[in-house]
Ligand binder design. Structure first.
Ligand SMILES: NC(=O)c1ccc[n+]([C@@H]2O[C@H](COP(=O)([O-])OP(=O)(O)OC[C@H]3O[C@@H](n4cnc5c(N)ncnc54)[C@H](O)[C@@H]3O)[C@@H](O)[C@H]2O)c1
Ligand SMILES: O=C(O)C[C@H](O)C(=O)O
Ligand SMILES: [Mg+2]
Length: 568
C-alpha cells in the first residue's frame, strides 16, 4: 500500500515507513511523528537525538498522558481544541485516544461540540487543516488541491462543505471546514479510513452571517455568499479538479443549503462517485432506526403514516428513503408517497402552494384533502398529528421544543408504539428530549435522536436512546465504496447500508436502543462496508474485484499504530 504523503517525504516500506525527512520536519509531520516513542535507533537515523528528552515511551504510556491532559481541559470547547492540536501533532496518538474513548470523545470532536468549534473558528484558530478553496480564485482550484502534494492514487475520500447550513446553526463561512474535519475524524475512528488518504475541503463562497462579516478576527472571504452561475462554475471547477487529480476519491458533500445540496448531488451523482451526507446518509440511518422500530412494533413499512417536520435537505432525504422502503414492501410509488406528510415553515405542504421547493413538490398533499382542517394561518404540526394519526414522527426542523407534550400525547393516543425521531442538531435545536418523550408516551415511544443523549429510566425500565446520526452510516459507506472502488453511489448501496445497520441492533429487550451502540461503531462500519461493497459489485458499479469482501474490508482499515520508520 502507498501511504499518502509520498511527496511530503514518506511512503510505506516493508511493514513500516520510509522517509526523506529529518529532524524537526519529522516531528512536524503528524503522520510521522511518534512523540517520545521513537526508538534510539530511529532517533539516530532521523536526526532526532538532540531534539527529544531521553526517555523512550510506548504508545500506551503516551496515551495515558494524553488522556490525563484531555481531562485537564475545563470545557468541551477546550477539549475539542486540545484534540485538534493532538491531531496536528501526532495523528496515531490522536486516533488511538479517540478510538479507545469513542463514547466519551465523539461528542467533543463531532456533534454537538463541533458546532461550537465552528462558531469560534476564527478566534480559536491555531493552524490550518485541509484545503481552502476560494470562489475569488476559481482558476486556482486545481492548483490549491495539488498543494497537498498527493498523487493520483493517494486519495480515497474528500469531504467538502460550503458551510451554508452547518448542522442546525446556519451559515458559518470558512469555519465550516471544521465539519469536514470532524466528519473525517469519524470516518477514520469508525471505519479506518486512512487519514493520510482523506482531505477536508472548505469551499469559501463568502458568508451572509453578519456577525462574521463584521468580526475583525474573521479569516474567511469577507463578502456575501456568491450565488448563481459563479457559484455553479466554482462547484464545477471543484468537481472537475478533484475527480481529475484524484480519480479514486469519493466526493462527500456536507451541510450545504437546501437550494444547493440536492441540485449538486443530482448533477453529479451519475458522473462521479459522490454522496450527500445530509440527504442520503441521514435518510439511510433514519431508515435503519425505523426498521428497528418496526421490529419492536411488529408492523411493516407499508402500514406506516409518516409526518416529517422540517422539509429541507435532511427531511426530504429521509422522506425519499422511507418512501422507497414502502415501495420495496410492495406499495406503488404514488401510494407510498401519499403515506408521507411534510411540514415546513408554511405549514403542511399542499399542492396549491406557489413557494414549494422543487424537491418538496412530490410530497405536497392535494389541497382538497385538507379543506376542513384547522388553520392558524397555516396547518400546523398539532393539526396534522390530530388528523393523520402518524405512526412515525420525524424532526428535522431545527426548531427546539417543536414536539410539545400536547402533540406527543395526541400521537401516542392513537398508536401503540409511536416512533418519534427528533433529529435536529446540535442540542439547542432538538425538537424534544427523550427524557420528555418517554413519560409523555408512557414508555411506549420508540425514540432516537441525532445528538448523543443519556439513557432514560421510567417506571422501572431503562431506555437506551439510539443515536440516529449519519455517523453510524457514512463511515461504512465510504469504506465500502473505497474497497469496491465504486463508480457511483446508488440508491441500492444506501438501502444495503440501512439494512446492515438495522440488522445489528438487538431490539428484543424492553427499552433497547433501535440502533447499535456508538461503542460498536467500528464493527458496525465494517458490516456496512461489506454490504455496500457487495451491493456495488452486484449492480456492476465496482471497479475493484471482490474475492473475499469481508477480508478486503478488514485489510483496508487503517490501524492507529506506530510503525517503524527508517531513513531514506
Ligand atoms: N441526525 C442526523 O444525522 C442529521 C443529519 C442531517 C441533518 N440533521 C439536522 O436536521 C436539521 C435540518 O438540517 P437540514 O440540513 O435539513 O437543514 P435545512 O435548512 O435544509 O432544513 C430545515 C428545514 O426546516 C424548516 N423549518 C424551519 N423552521 C420551521 C418551522 N418553524 N416549522 C417547520 N419547518 C421549519 C426550514 O424551512 C427547512 O426547510 C438540522 O438541525 C441538522 O442538524 C440531522
Ligand atoms: O453532523 C451531524 O451531527 C449530523 C448531520 O450531518 C447534521 O448536519 O446535523
Ligand atoms: Mg450535516
Amino acid at each position: 500500500m502507498v501511504v499518502a504523503g509520498a511527496r511530503r517525504g514518506f511512503w510505506s516500506g516493508d511493514g513500516g515507513l520510509v522517509t526523506t525527512a529529518r529532524g524537526a520536519e519529522v516531528l512536524d509531520t503528524p503522520l510521522l511523528n511518534k512523540g517520545m516513542a521513537f526508538s534510539p535507533g530511529e532517533r539516530r537515523a532521523l536526526g532526532l537525538e538532540g531534539l527529544l528528552p531521553s526517555a523512550v515511551l510506548s504508545l500506551d504510556e503516551q496515551l495515558a498522558r494524553a488522556y490525563e491532559q484531555y481531562h485537564e481541559q475545563p470545557t468541551d470547547l477546550l477539549k475539542n481544541v486540545f484534540l485538534a492540536m493532538l491531531q496536528d501533532n501526532d495523528e496515531v496518538l490522536f486516533y488511538r485516544l479517540l478510538g479507545e474513548h469513542l463514547r466519551e470523545m465523539l461528542p467533543v470532536v463531532y456533534d454537538p461540540t463541533v458546532g461550537e468549534a465552528i462558531r469560534r473558528y476564527s478566534h480559536e484558530y491555531r493552524r490550518p487543516r485541509g484545503v481552502y478553496l476560494s470562489i475569488d480564485r476559481p482558476d486556482r482550484v486545481a492548483a490549491s488541491l495539488a498543494d497537498l502534494g498527493l498523487g493520483a492514487a493517494d486519495v480515497d475520500l474528500i469531504v467538502a462543505s460550503d458551510a451554508e447550513e452547518i448542522l442546525g446553526i446556519g451559515d458559518w463561512g470558512v469555519g465550516g471546514i471544521d465539519i469536514a474535519v470532524g466528519k473525517l475524524a469519524v470516518y477514520t475512528a469508525a471505519a479506518g479510513i486512512d487519514p493520510g488518504r482523506a482531505i477536508p475541503v472548505g469551499l469559501d463562497v463568502g458568508t451572509d452571517n453578519e456577525d462574521l462579516l463584521s468580526d475583525p478576527a474573521y479569516v474567511g472571504n469577507r463578502h456575501r455568499r456568491v450565488r448563481g452561475p459563479r457559484y455553479d462554475e466554482f462547484i464545477e471547477a471543484y468537481v472537475n479538479a478533484a475527480s481529475t487529480l484524484f480519480p479514486n476519491a469519493m466526493l462527500h458533500w456536507e451541510d450545504f443549503g437546501p437550494s444547493n445540496g440536492r441540485r449538486i448531488l443530482e448533477k453529479y451523482r451519475n458522473r462521479v462517485c459522490t454522496f450527500n451526507d445530509d440527504m442520503q446518509g441521514t435518510g439511510a440511518i433514519t431508515l435503519g432506526a425505523v426498521l428497528g422500530g418496526l421490529r419492536v412494533a411488529g408492523t411493516r413499512p407499508r402500514d406506516q403514516r409518516i409526518v416529517v417536520f422540517g422539509a429541507g435537505t435532511a427531511g426530504v432525504g429521509i422522506a425519499d428513503q422511507l418512501r422507497d422502503a414502502i415501495v420495496r414492501d410492495g406499495a406503488e410509488r404514488d401510494a407510498a408517497t401519499r403515506q408521507v406528510w411534510c411540514i415546513d415553515q408554511q405549514g403542511l405542504l399542499t399542492d396549491d402552494m406557489t413557494d414549494l421547493r422543487d424537491f418538496q413538490v412530490p410530497y405536497a398533499r392535494p389541497a382538497r384533502e385538507v379543506t376542513g382542517w384547522r388553520r392558524e394561518g397555516r396547518i400546523g404540526l398539532a393539526e396534522v398529528v390530530a388528523q393523520v394519526h402518524p405512526t412515525i414522527l420525524i424532526g428535522t426542523s431545527t426548531v427546539h421544543g417543536a414536539f410539545t407534550e400536547e402533540i406527543v400525547r395526541e400521537m401516542a393516543r392513537h398508536v401503540d408504539r409511536p416512533i418519534i425521531l427528533p433529529l435536529s442538531n446540535p442540542t439547542e435545536r432538538i425538537e424534544a428530549m427523550p427524557s420528555q418523550l418517554i413519560p409523555w408516551t408512557a414508555g411506549r415511544g420508540l425514540i432516537c435522536t441525532g445528538i448523543p443523549v443519556p439513557a432514560v429510566t421510567y417506571d422501572g425500565v431503562t431506555y437506551s436512546i439510539g443515536q440516529a446520526n449519519n455517523a453510524l452510516l457514512y463511515p461504512g459507506l465510504g469504506l465500502g465504496a473505497t474497497v469496491a472502488r465504486a463508480k457511483t453511489i446508488s440508491d441500492g448501496m444506501l438501502a444495503a447500508a440501512a439494512d446492515a445497520v438495522a440488522s445489528l441492533a438487538d431490539v428484543r429487550a424492553p427499552g433497547a436502543s433501535l440502533l447499535p451502540e456508538v461503542d460498536t461503531l467500528r464493527s458496525v462500519s465494517a458490516t456496512v462496508a461489506v454490504a455496500v461493497a457487495d451491493r456495488a459489485a452486484a449492480e456492476g458499479l465496482a471497479r475493484a474485484t471482490l474475492t473475499d469482501t469481508a477480508r478486503q474490508v478488514q485489510d483496508a482499515m487503517w490501524q492507529p499504530e506506530y510503525r517503524p520508520i527508517s531513513a531514506a
